[in-house]
Structure formats: C-alpha cells, structure tokens
Design a protein around this ligand. Structure first.
Ligand SMILES: Nc1ncnc2c1ncn2[C@@H]1O[C@H](COP(=O)(O)OP(=O)(O)OP(=O)(O)O)[C@@H](O)[C@H]1O
Ligand SMILES: [Zn+2]
Length: 724
C-alpha cells in the first residue's frame, strides 16, 4: 500500500488527540486553517494541525478547505496548544472555543462592510427639472448630492428618503449601493486628552512598566481608589504611540460603559470590546479588527485572551484576583494565567492589577518572580474609611439592619449623600418554613433551600433554577403558619423604602435582567442624587460613585467560616472591594454587621490590612501544602446515584500515582445533590507540578476507558478555585 499525504485535524469532540484525513490538493493548508471533514454521520469543522503521510487504507478525505490563510495565527495557536496540554482538554475543543461562533459555524473571516448609497456618474448630471413631477425623487437626489461620499440606508431613512425611492433611482441608473471598508484609521496623535498628573507612587509604577523590555510580569498592588486605571492608561500611551496594540482583560461586571469610556476618551486610537453582550457579527468584526491590527486597544472579558493580535505590546489584567477570570465549565482555563503565558511567548510586559491580589499572585511577587508595584494611598485627597465592626447578634428579631446602621443610613441621605447596603443574596428571603412542624421549603433536585422571590410569588432554587409556587399551607402538617426567615435584596429594598424618604435602587441579577437596565441604574447612581443602593456583588467591584459616603455590609460571615480553604481569602477580597466604594470623593464610613465580631481573620480583614491577612493565610497554606505552595487538580463526577459517582472515582483512586502526589477521596461533594444528580469528587495534591500532570495524564487514560464512565458525567479541573 503506498503512503498518501494526510492532514492532522483538531476536531471539537471530547476525545484527546488529532484525526488524520486524506488530502489530495496541491498546497496543503497551513496550521490554523479551517477544514470540513466527515466524522461518523456528521460533518465537522476542524482546524489543521499538521501534515503527514499514512498507508492506512480506510482514511476519509477532507471535504473542503475553508481558509487560505490561518484564522488562528501561529502565536495564538501555540497558546491554545499550551492551554490544552496544561488543562488536559482536547486541543480541538480549545481551538473551537477560541474562535468566534460565526467562524465555528464555517462563516467567512470577513469583516462586515458598510453599505452606502451614492449617486452614479449619470445621477450626478440629472437636472432638477427632469424630476419636477416626482418631488420625493427630487428630494432624494438633492440629499445624495450633498453627500458625495454616500449615506447609509439608516441615515437616509432619518432624512426621510425611503427605500422605495432609492430603488426607483437605482432602476433609472442614477444611484447605486457601494461597499465601504469600516474605517479604522490610526491617528498621528494617540492621546485625545491630557493624562492626570500622576502622584509619586503612580509615577514609579508607570515608569517601571514603560521601561520594561521583553517579558516582564508586574503585580500592580494598589488599594481601592488608588488610581490603578490611571497607571494602566499612562503605561499604555507609549505602547500605542509606537504603533502597538494593548489587550486589557476585565471581569464581566467591570466592562461597564464607563470603563470603556475611560479608554475611548483618553486615546484617539480605535478601541474594540469583546464580551458576551455582543452579537455574533459584532464579535467577529472586533476579533478580526484585532487580528488585522486595526483595533489598537482590545478590551474584553475572560475569553478575550484568545483574540488574535497583529502587533501586541502590552497585556493588562484588571481586578486580576477576580474569579470570573476562571472559566467554570467546559474548558476550565484561568485567563489570568493564560495572559502571563501569552506575554511570555510574545516577550512583552504583563500587568496584573488588584487591590486584593490573589495569594498565588502575591506569592509570585514575594518570591521576586513578579515585579511588585504598590499604590498605598487613594489618588483623590480622601483616605480610605476604616471598617467599623458591629455585633449583629444585637439586632431585633427578624430585622436585618441594626438600629445604628439604619440611623447611619438616614443621616447619610439627610446630608445629601448616597448609602450602599451590601447583601450577597438576591430574592426576598432565603428560607420559607412552617412554624408548627419545622418543615422548610427545599429544592427537590438539589441539596439546598429555596429562596422566596416575593415579586414573582415563587420559590426558586439558585442552583438549578427550578421554580415552585409558594404553598399556602405547610405540605407536611397542613398548618397555615408559614413564615420566611432571613433577608435578601428584595426584603431590604422594601424595608428601606418604608423608612426613608429617598429612592432605593436595587442592583442584583433579577433587577437588571433587561438589556440596558444595569447601565441605566449605574448612570442614575452616578448622577449623585441622595439615594440608598441595595446590591449584591454586582455593586462591589470597580464602580466609582462620587456621592457614596456610607457602605453597610450584611452577612459576610459564611465566607470567613467556610470549610473551603479559599473561603477567607475570597471573603476578605469581597469585603475590601465593597468597602472601597465608600468615600471616594468625600468623607466615607463603612459598617460591617457580623455575628462573629471576635473572629480573628474577619478582624484582620476589617482592619484593612490586606497584606497582614494575606500573610496569615499564606502561612496556613504553606503548612497544608495548599496553593501556592502545592498544586491541585480535582476530578468531579456526577451520576444518577451517589454510589455510581463514587465507584467511578474509586477506580481512579486506586491507580498508581507519581511520587509526591497524594490522592484524597473520593468523597461526596459539599453539595451532594444538584439538579437531580449526585456528585462526588477526588482531589489530587502535589508539591510539584510535573508529577501532578503525569498522574493526571495517566488517570485520564484510565477514566476514558472505564465502562462506568458511560453512566456518569465527569471532568478534571486543574487549579480549581472552588471545591463545590
Ligand atoms: N493622579 C491622579 N490625580 C487625581 N485623581 C486621580 C489620579 N489618579 C486617579 N485619580 C482619580 O481617582 C479615582 C479612582 O481611580 P481608579 O478608579 O483608577 O482607582 P482604582 O485603583 O482602579 O480603584 P478600584 O480598585 O476601587 O477600582 C478616579 O476618579 C480617578 O480619576
Ligand atoms: Zn435546585
């Protein structure tokens, strides 16, 4: 059998490895080009990985080649390969995730072009008296004459020129539609407004970043309100002036119009955004603009790390501690880590900015592997308000707010300011129970209680989204004495509306579901009229509300007491982020209501001394060989019975492992049942990365071949950030 030329294709299927197909054309397509191939009964779109030869007689042939040049350029391809290896996820799926969905579906890598109406050569010579009897055509001709470069249908519509009239002009050969390349020119002067005069610490940070050559990772460790954004902006300036691009990653909630505005306002270069709110078409256009180098600032959430860049000069990750940078399903990558890898292979600087850096990043800075830039003071005149601890056990029964808190809110708004009440729980009340028999409304599909959403008159599970009606009587004993316990954003809003003369603005997922609703609310808040804001963590991060003078924080205890080793770190980060909203342009206060006022870590966090808290937590992590002093990977498995999930993981737990790797479990997951399935997990822990990854490779091979695998869903999470 003679050997024939083949292509190795990475396909979006949950199987490791590449797939060989026959290829008979002249020039084989390059790595990173898309092809269509038969796969079982289906036709799939895959990405070319490489070329080869095979004498295997049954190879199928490539159906078609979709690209003449790679849609995934070499540098981005290498990033995907590294990520696939590290996260033990199929390369074909990683590449598929990296592509905008229109390209995944086989669309052309062509930016959309604007269509404009214009007069033809003939149309330019038409005299008004030729159309005397058609006044609407005359008017259209006049409008088009005034705009020799052409007008879009939308603009013509606004000028009262209908599409029928335009069609009539076209039929006479007087007007035509032409395609225009979306203009994205690079101006000579990149600055559109002067920078703020930087303070000493800012200047040091800006110069350090500007002076860096080659791969240099920075931690920009700056307290809330210290002007990190100003540092990014000024550090970007020379990069843009040198004709290069800057990639900026922000958490989902950080990508508000104001953030985008700050970048657009400062620079005159084209800025594009990449996030889930875009249409597929917009996403593709922006992706392509970045790849062609037309877009000079690319501002996006997590997945924007997979944007092709033509001439990158700097990568910035804002709020780098934020959990939304880690994808929590499918391909579970951490965009912060990928940003560092990418900067390394591009040999450019990368800046991770945070007021509360993750312990992983902090340790890299302590070890000198990241340059540590510190901003210790607020950029405005104000000092950070300190956090006053209040004993919540003193609250009257069924009252979420202490009388002193309510008093402080009243005083705050009476002085013409705004107050924020932070509670990380949406809905009216987190529990419904029978006072006679103690029955509680639980989700039938999850190990969790149902939250009462009073505005919708329903009980909802926040884990599986299932809904039930509120029962009039206790389903157990028939008693009518059904009451709620605890409070959520809805109840607090109602309570505050009853006791205050100013508007109460609720910001949570439910109250901002409609498009534009969040932006509207944020705009209202920024206007600064006296108001009380009630919000979840949607209000905690990044926002700059000039008139916010008081923050009251309810119910942060769970995080500090959590059994998850990341619990206290995450609780402290959230606490300091929320507290950081207060008093940004005037005097500010922060009240923390807690049922554990003596808790050591909580006190440390409240003192505002994040470095001290981090040191304490890092010491605990070191003792337990937990990240950053050890590495973790978690196998999660879910099945129709707990037994099946446990058996599957048990098969893995008995396999031989590389030296130094400990296998813990399997154990039922902290939330054992979720959405009707039972869940178990197996933890691998190792002081070194290499043996952990060797072991993972081996266990994955075993897992894929186990017959039990068909009865469960399982995956591996490398560097998991939550243990639920
Ligand atoms: N050098 C400066 N002089 C005057 N004002 C400044 C300066 N730098 C920043 N500011 C202002 O300080 C405020 C806070 O800055 P910024 O939002 O960048 O802080 P941040 O560190 O990103 O805060 P957070 O971590 O809370 O998001 C902004 O209104 C900004 O315009
Ligand atoms: Zn549920």
């Amino acid at each position: 059998m003679p050997t024939r030329p083949t292509l190795q294709i990475a396909l979006p299927v949950p199987l490791p490895g590449l797939f060989d197909y026959m290829y008979q054309g002249h020039e084989p397509p390059e790595q990173g080009c898309r092809v269509q191939v038969p796969f079982g009964q289906r036709t799939l779109i895959g990405v070319v990985h490489g070329h080869g030869h095979s004498d295997y007689p049954k190879l199928k042939a490539i159906k078609s080649v979709l690209d003449s040049t790679p849609v995934i350029p070499a540098e981005l391809y290498a990033l995907c390969e590294r990520a696939a290896r590290y996260y033990h996820y199929p390369l074909g799926e990683v590449l598929n995730d990296a592509l905008p969905s229109l390209l995944r579906q086989g669309g052309d890598p062509q930016a959309s072009q604007e269509k404009r109406w214009k007069l033809t050569e003939r149309g330019q010579h038409v005299h008004d008296d030729q159309v005397q009897r058609a006044p609407r055509q005359l008017q259209a001709l006049q409008v088009l004459r005034e705009h020799p470069k052409g007008l879009s249908s939308a603009m013509l519509g606004a000028l009262d020129v209908s599409s029928q009239i335009l069609a009539a002009l076209r039929d006479k050969g007087w007007a035509e539609q032409i395609l225009i390349d979306t203009p994205m020119h690079t101006p000579k002067e990149v600055l559109a407004e002067p920078p703020l005069p930087a303070n000493g610490e800012q200047r040091t940070a800006i110069h350090a970043i500007q002076d860096a050559t080659g791969f240099t990772p920075f931690l920009l460790d700056g307290v809330t309100g210290s002007g990190k954004t100003e540092v990014y902006l000024q550090a970007m300036s020379p990069v843009l002036a040198a004709g290069k691009q800057v990639l900026v990653l922000v958490p989902e909630i950080g990508l508000t119009p104001q953030t985008v505005q700050r970048f657009r306002q400062r620079f005159s270069v084209p800025v594009v955004t990449l996030h889930s709110g875009l249409t597929d078409r917009e996403r593709l256009d922006n992706w392509l603009a970045a790849g062609e180098g037309k877009a000079r600032i690319v501002l996006g959430t997590r997945s924007a790390i997979f944007t092709p860049l033509n001439n990158p000069g700097l990568i910035i990750v804002d709020e780098a501690h934020d959990n939304s940078l880690k994808q929590q399903d499918g391909f579970r990558y951490h965009a912060r880590d990928l940003a560092t890898w990418r900067a390394q292979s591009l040999d450019i600087p990368v800046v991770l900015g945070s007021a509360t850096p993750s312990l992983e990043t902090l340790q890299l800075a302590r070890d000198g592997r990241f340059s540590w830039l510190k901003l210790s003071r607020r950029a405005t005149e104000q000092s950070r308000p300190h956090i006053e601890i209040m004993d919540a056990t003193l609250a009257p029964p069924n009252q979420p707010l202490l009388p002193t808190s309510l008093q402080a809110i009243k005083q705050c708004v009476a002085e013409g300011n705004q107050a924020l009440v932070f509670i990380n729980r949406r809905g009216y009340a987190p529990m419904i129970l029978c006072q006679d028999c103690g029955w509680q409304a639980e989700c039938k599909r999850c190990d969790s209680f149902l939250t009462w959403h009073r505005s919708e008159n329903s009980l909802r599970c926040h884990h599986c989204d299932s809904q039930q009606r509120v029962p009039a009587r206790c389903p157990e004993c028939g008693s009518g004495a059904i009451h709620e316990a605890g409070s959520g954003t809805e109840k607090l809003t109602e309570l505050l509306e009853q006791s205050l003369p100013v508007p109460v603005i609720r910001v949570d997922r439910d109250a901002t579901r409609r498009k534009g609703e969040l932006d509207n609310k944020l705009a209202t808040i920024r206007k600064g009229d006296p108001a009380v804001l009630v919000g979840t963590q949607m209000l905690a991060k990044g926002h700059h509300f000039p008139k916010l003078a008081l923050v009251v924080i309810l119910d942060m205890d769970a995080g500090f007491l959590s059994a998850d080793f990341r619990g206290p770190e995450q609780a402290a980060q959230l606490l300091l982020q929320v507290a950081g909203r207060s008093g940004r342009e005037g005097k500010g206060r922060v009240l923390l209501q807690t049922r554990h006022p003596d808790h050591h870590l909580l006190q440390l966090a409240a003192s505002g001394d994040y470095p001290a808290l981090a040191s304490a937590l890092l010491e605990e992590r070191r003792m337990a060989a937990l990240p950053p002093f050890g590495y973790l990977a978690l196998f999660r498995c879910e099945a129709m019975t707990l037994g099946k999930a446990m058996t599957f993981l048990q098969e893995l737990a008995v396999q031989p492992v590389a030296e130094g790797v400990s296998v813990l479990g399997p154990v039922p997951a902290p939330m054992e049942k979720r959405a009707g399935r039972y869940r178990a997990q197996l933890l691998l822990q190792s002081p070194q990365r290499a043996p952990l990854h060797q072991t993972l490779e081996l266990l994955l091979g075993v897992a894929r071949s186990l017959p039990q695998a068909r009865q469960c869903r399982w995956h591996v999470d490398v560097d998991p950030i939550d243990m639920l």
